[in-house]
Design a protein around this ligand. Structure first.
Ligand code: FES
Length: 428
């Protein structure tokens, strides 16, 4: 367990006392803070970059990012996976602009330096014009020093110190296991994403993904519409709980009692299949709707991955990747996909095709405008603060509308920005 969690912070940007938990507006609006968090937060965490099912064959690649650092995730000819900084070693051009593809070599468009798909430099045009041994000294594309996979999820870490992926997940790991257990073989395939750009800080969507308090207000009209069409029962869906973890992870948990009637048979079939595989008791633990934050910017949602990509301090992109479970009939996957893609439940509604997430994007823009216009504001996260319970597993438990996952996030954010190992002190 981390020693630095729950320590009262006197630095000011993230303030915690026995009765207050608040975050300074500059954390969302200040460009200098953003620049620093792109390094201190993203380069000192395990950051999701791709899923192995997206690069199944030698030569497959996909471009991604660690904070603002562009990367190419490749499967080299020998099958090994590499996470390479997508910045040419000559004069810094992005080497690959495609989102995905298959290539043995990447040729920089500026002066033709060419790299193998494991990052090694293969060719420098007119190499004789450079000083002797100079090219060897420069080397190939920079590789993330640490890459680790779990259930096909590829994580990269740019700091070569610190905990391994399993320690980083800690008590959260059991919930990741449960989430992937929706597949009898605990494996899945990731489909191409849909995406939405919003005019707000990246942390607004990260906070929101485990915010159980906002839906009844922000999505009120959406819920009324669902009730009108019989796909939502207002009495259902506010039960559940929140969890907070070391290293900033969090969960919003709800009973899965809002399955739209049109896909109920597919969900019944999935549940029966899981009962056959894992038994009744374990299936009861698995078959819960969990929205999981893996710090800093990745979420396991209802049959989809959600990745929040920072662009600038006030611009971000949400990528949502529907998933298809291995080991279940196609029509069950179709039912899950319908739940994710269509406006048929509060947990569905994609960033671009559904009206639920459109509500959120509107609110993010309002928060960004409000905080920019009133920089004295402190953003409040005290809901449930006095009722947090520490469980023997090393996690903290709260009620379904508590701001507990958000507090876990900011405790870790504060630790990385100000804590041990950095020693830089306050940034503003
Ligand atoms: Fe890439 Fe010159 S910047 S070859």
């Amino acid at each position: 367990m981390l020693e630095t969690t729950h320590v009262v912070d006197s630095g000011g940007l993230v303030k915690e006392t026995a009765t207050e938990f608040s975050v300074d507006a500059h954390v969302y609006t200040d460009a200098a803070t953003f620049d620093v968090e792109m390094r201190r937060v993203f380069h000192h965490s395990w950051v999701y970059v791709a899923h192995e099912s997206e690069i199944p064959n030698p030569g497959d690649y996909r471009t991604s990012a660690v904070g603002r650092t562009p990367v190419i995730v490749t499967r080299a000819q020998d099958g090994d996976i590499h996470v390479l900084v997508n910045t040419c070693r000559h004069r810094g051009a992005m080497v690959c602009r495609e989102e995905r593809g298959n290539a043995q070599f990447f040729r920089c468009p500026y002066h033709g330096w060419t790299y193998r798909n494991d990052g090694r430099l293969a060719l420098v045009p007119d190499v004789a014009r450079y000083p002797a041994d100079w090219v060897e000294q420069i080397g190939g594309l920079i590789a993330a020093p640490r890459v680790s996979s779990l259930y096909g999820m590829i994580f990269a870490r740019f700091s070569d110190d610190g905990e391994d992926l399993e320690s980083y997940l800690g008590a959260m790991k059991q919930y990741v296991d449960l989430w992937f257990s929706h597949s009898p073989s605990r494996s899945l395939r990731v489909l191409p994403p849909y995406r939405a750009l919003y005019p707000g800080n990246w942390k607004l969507q990260v906070e929101n993904s485990t915010d159980g308090h906002h839906a009844r207000f922000v999505h009120e009209s959406a819920i009324r519409t669902m009730e009108h069409f019989g796909t939502r029962n207002r009495q259902a869906g506010w039960a559940g709980g929140t969890h907070g973890f070391d290293y900033g992870h969090g969960i919003l948990e709800r009973p899965r009692d809002d399955i739209p009637p049109e896909v109920q048979p597919q969900f019944d079939e999935l549940r029966a299949l899981l009962t056959e595989t894992y038994g009744q008791e374990e299936t009861d633990r698995i078959f819960v709707r969990r929205q999981i934050t893996l710090f800093p910017n990745f979420h396991l949602m209802e049959f989809k991955f959600r990745l929040v990509q920072p662009i600038t301090v006030d611009q971000s992109i949400i990528y949502e990747f529907p998933v298809q479970l291995d080991g279940v009939p196609d029509h069950v996957n179709e039912g899950a996909l319908r739940r994710v893609m269509k406006e048929i439940s509060i947990s569905s509604g994609s960033a671009v095709s559904g009206f639920v997430n459109a509500d959120d994007l509107e609110v993010f823009a309002r928060v960004q405008t409000g905080l920019t216009g009133w920089p004295d504001q402190r953003v409040q996260f005290a809901r449930g603060l006095e009722h947090e319970q520490e469980a023997p597993s090393g996690e903290w438990i709260g009620e379904g509308t508590d701001e507990l996952p958000q507090r876990s996030f900011y405790r870790e954010w504060r630790r990385l920005m100000y804590g041990q190992g950095h020693g830089q002190g306050p940034l503003l």
